[in-house]
Design a protein around this ligand. Structure first.
Ligand SMILES: Nc1ncnc2c1ncn2[C@@H]1O[C@H](COP(=O)(O)OP(=O)(O)OP(=O)(O)O)[C@@H](O)[C@H]1O
Ligand SMILES: [Mg+2]
Length: 264
């Protein structure tokens, strides 16, 4: 049985229904990547798994027990989440933001410990923001800020990590740095679920690929099994050719040139 599992979810916002009868077992120990067009419900699903959105029907379970029955702190010790557009409190420094990842580990009387300090330092280094530790989050560039948020999620030291578009705002080298970090965490035994838009990055890094369309999981499996030209055309409306990534031998999506461009 999966540690984190969703069954029969109806997800939405007031009258707007995003997904109906959606079920998804987070595969233990895998690096799952969710792909799908804008507005298909990727973030909505992640929010339900992290308990920041209450399902209108169905249940999310953690270790077989409804997620809703846990204390917030106990959820936060097990499941870390990087939202798509996190909002930092006013005038907080990077170190303080990352330190907030340690809150779930602190009891009412327990003071800041050596373990907390170590977790924060390790997260700052892993995401390359150690030099920015004393800067205010509000004064950072988009990419620097994104890495500070990833550091916070890392400092939480959860066995499960949900990352909603962790590579947005990052330049190409930093995108791969974050993806390599995800791969390392996966090798070290963590379970990750990340939403990505770059299909070639998804194919390279996912050990399990999930494809969503209009609130429905339409395909899942290894990238080699899932990422075919008919699927990309059906889900994204993009005619393409799939070639072999010369570096990793995972599928690589090459969009077809537009007919007008070909004619020129
Ligand atoms: N807070 C909200 N209130 C009302 N509707 C929302 C809210 N958040 C999202 N939606 C709607 O729910 C649907 C699914 O949104 P969601 O954010 O899950 O999409 P997504 O797949 O993550 O898209 P993207 O790739 O653009 O991030 C969309 O139609 C969106 O407009
Ligand atoms: Mg989203």
């Amino acid at each position: 049985m999966a540690i984190l599992s969703a069954a029969g979810l109806r997800l939405g916002y007031d009258e707007r229904v995003v997904a109906e009868d959606l079920s998804f077992d987070v595969p233990d120990g895998e690096l799952t990547v969710i792909i799908g067009p804008n507005a298909c419900g990727k973030s909505t699903l992640l929010k339900a798994l992290a308990r920041t959105l209450k399902p209108q029907a169905g249940t999310v379970t953690l270790d077989g027990r409804p997620l809703s029955s846990y204390r917030s702190k106990d959820v936060a010790k097990r499941v870390g989440m990087l939202p798509q557009s996190p909002i930092a409190p006013e005038s907080i420094t990077v170190r303080d933001l990352v330190g907030r990842g340690r809150f779930p580990h602190q009891g009412v009387f327990r003071q800041w410990s050596h373990a907390d300090e170590q977790a924060v330092e390790a997260a700052l280094v892993a995401t390359g923001v150690a030099e920015l530790a004393d800067r205010h989050v509000s004064e950072l560039s988009g990419g620097q800020r994104q890495r500070a948020w990833i550091a916070m999620a890392l400092a939480q030291e959860t066995e499960l990590l949900l990352l909603d578009e962790p590579t947005t705002f990052l330049d190409i080298a930093h995108q791969y740095e974050v993806l390599e970090l995800c791969a390392r965490l996966h090798r070290e035994g963590r379970t990750l679920v990340a939403v990505l838009h770059d299909l070639n990055q998804a194919a390279r890094y996912a050990t399990h690929l999930v494809v969503m369309k209009a609130g429905v999981i339409v395909a899942s499996g290894t990238p080699g099994e899932v990422l075919t030209a008919p699927l990309v055309e059906d889900v994204f409306g993009l005619p393409c050719e799939i070639i072999d990534d010369p570096q990793t031998h995972t599928p690589m999506v090459v969009p077809l040139a537009a007919p007008t461009a070909q004619a020129r």
